[in-house]
Design a protein around this ligand. Sequence first.
Ligand SMILES: [Zn+2]
Length: 198
Amino acid sequence: MKETKGLVLPGEPLGTAEELAPGRGTYEYKGAIYASVMGYPQVESESKTVSVKAIHEIPHVSEGDVVYARVEEIKPMLLVTTVLCSAVNGRVVPGYPDGTVHISKAKDSFVDRLEKEFAVGDMIKAKILSGYPAVKLTTVGHDLGVVSARCQECHAPLAHLSENKLVCTRCGRREDRLVSSEYGKVTHILGTATSSAT
Ligand SMILES: [Zn+2]
């Protein structure tokens, strides 16, 4: 169930961080949640997550661009991400468009289940296959894939162990990911673009 309200502008307060969790198109500042884009706010009634569906989303990415994106949802055939910034110059992609990775474009070998390669909240490096009308991404490539991830159990950062294995720096839990050769090396870039990801 989603509850929809009227149009809001960037900077408009949406509620307090006690009653709502910040989702896409929002940011948290001193205990309150604000819209970061112009659009229509929606509240997911179960998770109490407020997000703003931006209007006038103009594509600012094109085929061949390499970007950083955050995994938002894993569907059976599709990874749904928010495209955050260019991996070349760190420039933010306006409107933070959705970007999807089809299961056939995740890696150069067969993917059984996307949940074995990614988790919600992961930062990935991906290449744009098409920028319009929808942003489609691929993570096929040595330097593409997950560049930053947190433990599914305790949320501490995961360190690279070997190949596609990560290990929790706090509880020691091991997790599998489609690990990029740049895993753990790009946090300084992501830090500027993940204000709503905590
Ligand atoms: Zn852990």
